[in-house]
Design a protein. Structure first.
Length: 307
């Protein structure tokens, strides 16, 4: 990871950085320019990245590597920003435009965006590639905070400052009723149309996006042909066959096999084909509940396959 920023050098400056421990992340202290009207969200550049990462001595720094032309980035970044506001400084969101800051992209060996890297104590500790729905992001953030809470004093300080008040639950959106009723009836076309109608007026509605992916996969699973597995095994270069076989495997309960099939396909492909398989796999993840161990493992394997 040699490049624009020497992350290992942060440890030698821990004492100096600790002097600013009482200052909330993102405030004007040379630690990056606060963005989006919130102290826990900063615009990171090659000029200030070293200082931004130094805050990982107090709280995790979640680096969101994005690009203006990247459509999945337009889904992921708003969800991360929402969580950064909600968690009230327990972690710092550092947004990096990879086109404007190519040396940072080189540092993390970015091959595709979106890509998210978590830094704690001056070192990368976790990460993932591709867009994720808000529930999965929340689970990932919670796991990250649990992992680092005893090591980074700023996490507990932010949580204590926020008090024990639970975030207010958003009222149920009546527009989802039509889609949910259709799904219960097994009318996947009607459910998909309802979610698409929501997205037509609110393109960044993460709940509708996640639900739409679930409906599409469920509709495919209903028609999954188990014989597709044999066809795919006989021809590893047939991309359509691999996708159909993965659907069939997940539909009959062979979840690990279906995930692994797509991950191995990603390793063999590149460009548009690789991105197509990656998006198909991420869409499949949305079918499963939060905390599913099979999904957690597959996400890690996906990150390894991509990077």
């Amino acid at each position: 990871m040699a490049g624009a920023v020497d992350l290992s050098a942060l440890k030698s400056r821990a004492d100096a950085a600790a002097k600013g421990a009482n200052q909330p992340p993102g405030e004007d202290s040379g630690n990056g320019q606060a963005a989006e009207g919130h102290a826990a969200i900063v615009e990171a550049t090659e000029a200030n990245f070293q200082e931004v990462v130094e805050q990982s001595l107090q709280v995790p720094v979640v680096v969101d590597l994005w690009a203006t032309w990247c459509e999945p980035c337009k889904q992921l970044s708003p969800a991360l920003e929402k969580l950064a506001r909600e968690y009230n400084g327990a972690f710092l969101l550092a947004k990096v435009d990879v086109d404007a800051n190519p040396r940072i992209a080189q540092l993390f060996q970015v091959q595709s965006v979106p890509m998210v890297i978590a830094i704690g104590g001056g070192q990368p500790v976790d990460g993932f590639a591709g867009a994720q729905a808000e529930p999965q992001l929340r689970q990932w953030i919670d796991s990250l905070l649990d992992q680092l809470r005893d090591q980074l004093p700023g996490i507990k300080a932010a949580e204590q400052a926020a008090g024990s008040t639970e975030p207010e639950e958003e009222p149920e959106d009546p527009r989802f009723t039509r889609a949910e009723d259709a799904l219960e009836r097994g009318d996947f076309a009607e459910a998909e149309a309802a979610y698409q109608e929501i997205l037509a007026s609110e393109p960044n509605n993460e709940q509708a996006k996640a639900a739409l992916m679930q409906v599409r996969f469920t509709a495919r699973a209903e028609q999954a042909d188990p014989s597709a597995i044999e066809r795919a095994d006989a021809n590893s270069d047939d991309l359509d066959a691999q996708l159909a076989a993965a659907d069939a495997e997940v539909a009959i309960g062979k979840v690990d096999e279906g995930f692994n099939r797509l991950i191995q396909t990603i390793k063999r492909t590149s460009g548009d084909d690789r991105n197509r398989v990656r998006e198909h796999l991420i869409e499949m993840f949305e079918v499963f509940p939060e905390g599913d161990e099979r999904v957690i493992k597959a996400r890690r394997d996906l990150a390894s396959a991509l990077f």
